[in-house]
Design a protein around this ligand. Structure first.
Ligand code: AKB
Length: 322
């Protein structure tokens, strides 16, 4: 990876991944692609080049790829699961028409492409616990439909045209930097904000609903390590199961209470998110990622909780001083 374009650089993953890529490689060769209305600000804007790149506009993508001699594209443009259910056509347009634009440009201009998939690519008829790498994928959500289609399309471009496409199936991602928007797993981010602000949390997901989750530093490492992996060792490409921890709302609540004992939570179930969560696996088996490119998570729930609370306390203290 020499010259990198991040499409969706101001989103939940993009804002942190762009900064990490700039830290790991040459900052001036990591281009932050954004859409109108979501321009980068602060360090993201100052630390390297940024260009308007709407994934639905093939000419715009091609022009930026040419201008910066891009060899690797991180395609992070997507609607998260709950929002996608409300706007299925837009979810398809961004997730699949947009991906096709990226893959065609990658084919013409010889770029490698990373496009994240998700635990949402599985449906209710996949094995619930220890969901295998290769198993039935029949999601019930438009988000999942776009993710499975994206995996197949990316594999097709690799096998048919030799485009170096790679991907991981992200669990719910937890971070103190950029808040997510419209995901089913977002409760596991919100809960920390409420706890640190000393407010009671209304949990939209029912007790006993398990989903895979991951702390953002692990997710960023995964996105970089998969693109740096030795291609000779990859039997799979699109997309690898990766995992770090699986919990339900009661378990994360108890882990926060160990640090903030008077934290309170009650349940106010969101039927849409609950139905989506119930259709997803409880936990994925990530043996293939561990064997083929050495994937390892570093953060478990306890370590993540301690770090999230510490970082959010500092963030709120700084905001109050400002
Ligand atoms: C969502 O909840 O939509 C995402 C995901 C698990 O892909 N965080």
């Amino acid at each position: 990876m020499k010259n990198i374009l991040v499409i969706g650089s101001t989103g939940q993953i993009g804002s942190e991944l762009t900064m990490k890529l700039r830290a790991n490689y040459n900052a001036s060769s990591v281009v932050a692609g954004y859409i109108k209305g979501a321009e980068p600000t602060g360090r993201l804007a100052e630390s390297g080049p940024h260009e308007e790149v709407d994934i639905t506009n093939a000419q715009q993508i091609a022009a930026v790829v040419d201008k910066y001699k891009i060899d690797t594209i991180y395609n992070l443009a997507a609607l998260l699961s709950a929002v996608a259910e409300r706007k299925p056509q837009l979810a398809w347009h961004i997730g699949i028409d947009g991906l096709l634009n990226v893959l065609e440009i990658a084919r013409e201009k010889h770029c490698a492409v990373f496009t994240p998939s998700s635990i949402g690519s599985f449906g209710p008829n996949a094995p619930k616990d220890g969901t295998p790498q290769d198993t039935i994928q029949q999601p019930k959500t438009i988000y999942g439909v776009t993710k499975v289609t994206g995996e197949l399309l990316s594999n097709y471009y690799f096998e048919r045209f030799g485009v170096d496409t790679r991907s991981v199936r992200f669990p719910g991602l937890i971070s103190y930097v950029t808040p997510p928007g419209g995901g089913t797993t977002d409760y596991a981010v919100d809960i920390y904000y409420y706890a640190v602000r000393g407010e009671k949390f209304k949990c939209p997901i029912a007790p006993g609903t398990f989903m895979d989750m991951m702390y953002m530093p692990d997710a960023l490492r995964a996105a970089i390590e998969i693109m740096e992996a030795d291609p000779e060792k990859l039997h799979h490409r699109n997309s690898f199961n990766i995992a770090a921890m699986s919990f339900d709302p009661e378990i994360i609540y108890q882990s926060i209470k160990q640090v903030i004992p008077d934290f309170e939570m009650e349940y106010e179930i969101d039927p849409l998110r609950q139905a989506i969560a119930e259709s997803w696996p409880n936990s994925l088996d990530d043996t293939c990622a561990r064997m083929e490119w050495g994937w390892e998570h570093r953060y478990d729930l306890q370590v993540m909780t301690a770090d999230m609370i510490d970082k959010l306390r500092r963030k709120f203290a700084t905001n109050q001083q400002a």
